[in-house]
Design a protein around this ligand. Structure first.
Ligand code: M6R
Length: 608
């Protein structure tokens, strides 16, 4: 995810900015750049790829500037390349801007600026914003930023410099974090404490809707409506590593905990509740092909495959289009038959999984329209697909995929509504689903706030040797995902099964040593899955049940009950998977295992 650092003081800015950017590397990025004021012009240097590329250009350089801004970009609008990298310069060369977030109305703003004669070099929303600020500039940089931001819809954390103000960095925040660092005769602005703790530990955390200026003499900030703010300075005493992990012990826990935000990010600007429609920009030019689609093929591995299985239930149920989900590694070698009007979606967090990439190439070769559902912008699958949808979940660092799964399922829910609307889904059904989707982030938050009970369950079972996970219907893939999570980080053997299949074999394993996690929320399969729980209990199996908030039917049967809020049954996997992620995390942590880097596993599997 993008990172911001800005410095104004008496030290040389270049080494300080580079060091700050290095501290932001853990967030993931695809390009970087800095802008300095040193003389009559703003100097900008930006490079695609690793920070070393930028560093090479700067080392031994003559830049002695004592003010500058630096950025690591994680592409959202436009491919990762030198031109799209930040900072962006206004057309007249006087203002430089770095930006985290997404300007949602940038196309409209760009059209207006084009009519006024502005030109653009990059594909980014950020270049639109810097020119909008230039349009409003009349000698007061902060005032111009305020006027521009009042016209902006979307999210931002920004830092801005102007060649005529070699003593000032203006900043603003809405939906994207920023913190001001206070030193002696020097000030910093950063998106993340990690970028500044080596210089100061006295900081002021900014809140949404705030704008301000740092200079060599001090710092001021006000609200965007120009009302005053009073906020005290916070002294930080965390270690750098603690800060990078947001204070969490592991990246996996951080990523589980940030799902209320990542889910919002995946939905942002895509839900048109008023009209009951979905807007997925990367599919716009393929809407006709999607209308004609007679079959949808989902290609993926691991957790992404499980998200595809949820997608199958969603699309078939809500849009009535036949869906096949295939392990990418099997698909590419089994000489598949691709019928006309097949649309394939390759699903991948990393966008680099070789099996998924090759399966996508095979589907394309055989004539299927090849689309992607990918998290990492500019990755190979994103580049080679003919269109698609980004997750916008931010970099996932823990090897065990968590937030990518819930974002993938969210994309499938939106895709199913979009396809459903093309095939006669009523306004009211679409609106009901959209309203339910919008509530999901706060409902996930509610589950995360009550995780103590899951810690206790993990304590009880972390020494178990085997686990069985059962689910039915759309919650069957959740059982598969729960089992995968547990085995990959705790090394406890776990199997996921459709609950009714248990009696065709796995029931032989059940005894008092076998914990059985049953995903059993209220839905049309509820009565059936209660019978499956009875079958487990009759054989002394230990039941951990995930049930709906107000459901007490299973209380008498289960040994442990975890409740999740009510939602539309089609969206339930977004909630039922959360306790399973937490259970696997705490079980592995209690066993003192390397949660973020489990043995034998890689985050991105680029070998067959
Ligand atoms: O990056 P991808 O989504 O293509 O990765 C696919 C699998 O390798 C991945 O989901 C893997 O199963 C994870 N370790 C699951 O936690």
């Amino acid at each position: 995810m993008c990172g911001i650092i800005g410095y104004v003081g008496s030290k040389e800015a270049v080494p300080l900015l580079l060091n700050g950017l290095k501290r932001l590397e853990y967030r993931g990025y695809d390009s970087s750049g800095i802008a300095l004021i040193d003389g009559p012009e703003i100097q900008i240097l930006k490079k695609k790829g690793k920070l070393e590329a930028l560093e090479q250009e700067l080392l031994g350089g003559k830049q002695k500037a004592t003010i500058g801004i630096g950025h690591t970009r994680w592409a959202t609008h436009g491919a990762p390349n030198d031109v799209n990298a930040h900072p962006h310069l206004s057309g007249n060369g006087s203002i430089a801007l770095i930006h985290n977030g997404i300007i949602e109305n940038y196309i409209e703003l760009k059209k207006t600026l084009l009519t006024k004669g502005y030109t653009f070099k990059s594909d980014t929303d950020t270049e639109v914003l810097v020119n909008l600020i230039a349009e409003f500039y009349d000698g007061d940089l902060q005032a111009a930023v305020i006027r521009a931001l009042r016209r902006v819809e979307g999210t931002y954390g920004i830092a801005v410099i102007h060649v005529d103000h070699p003593d000032e960095i203006v900043f603003a925040r809405k939906g994207s974090p920023l913190v001001v660092g206070i030193g002696e005769g020097e000030y910093l602005i950063a998106s993340d404490l990690a970028a500044m703790v080596e210089h100061t530990r006295d900081v002021v955390f900014l809140e949404d809707g705030e704008v301000g200026t740092i200079s060599r003499n001090g710092f001021t900030h006000i609200k965007l409506d120009e009302s005053p703010i009073s906020r005290s300075v916070t002294h930080i005493d965390f270690t750098l590593e603690q800060i990078e992990k947001g204070g969490y012990k592991h990246f996996m826990l951080k990523e589980i905990m940030e799902q209320p935000i990542t889910l919002e990010d995946s939905m942002r600007g895509r839900l048109l509740e008023e009209v009951g429609e979905i807007r997925l920009g990367g599919l716009t030019e393929h809407l006709d092909a999607l209308t004609r689609a007679e079959r949808i093929l989902l290609l993926a591995c691991g957790t992404s495959y499980h998200a595809g299985l949820v997608g199958e239930y969603l699309i078939e149920d809500l849009a009535r289009v036949p869906v096949e989900v295939e392990y990418a590694s099997e698909f590419r070698y089994r000489h598949p038959v691709i019928s006309p009007n097949t649309v394939s979606f390759s699903i991948s967090q990393s966008g680099e999984t070789i099996d998924t990439l090759e399966a996508m190439r095979e589907a394309k070769k055989q004539g299927a329209l090849s689309l992607g559902i990918v998290n990492t912008v500019g990755s190979t699958i994103a580049r080679e697909s003919e269109g698609g949808v980004y997750l916008h979940a931010g970099p996932e660092i823990g090897v065990a995929s968590t937030k990518a799964f819930t974002s993938q399922v969210t994309i499938f829910a939106m895709l199913a509504i979009l396809l459903g609307r093309q095939r006669g889904m009523s306004d009211s059904v679409a609106k009901e689903l959209i309203i339910a989707l919008k509530k999901i982030p706060s409902q996930v938050d509610q589950i995360l706030k009550h995780q103590d009970q899951i810690v206790d369950i993990a304590k009880t079972f972390s020494r178990a040797s085997n686990f069985l996970y059962l689910g039915r219907g759309i919650n069957y893939p959740v059982a598969l995902e729960g089992a995968l999570k547990l085995k990959e980080i705790s090394y406890i053997h776990a199997e996921g099964y459709p609950a009714a299949e248990m009696k065709h074999g796995p029931i032989a394993l059940i005894d008092r040593h076998m914990p059985v996690v049953v995903v059993a929320p209220q839905d049309k399969n509820h009565a059936k899955i209660v019978s499956n729980i009875e079958e487990v209990r009759a054989r002394d199996g230990v039941v951990i049940a995930i049930v709906s908030e107000d459901d007490h039917e299973v209380d008498r049967l289960a040994n442990h009950i975890i409740r999740v809020p009510e939602t539309h049954p089609s969206l339930m996997p977004l909630l039922t998977v959360i306790p399973l992620q937490l259970l696997s995390y705490y079980a592995a942590d209690l066993l003192n295992l390397d949660v973020d880097k489990p043995r034998n596993l890689a985050k991105s599997v680029t070998v067959e």
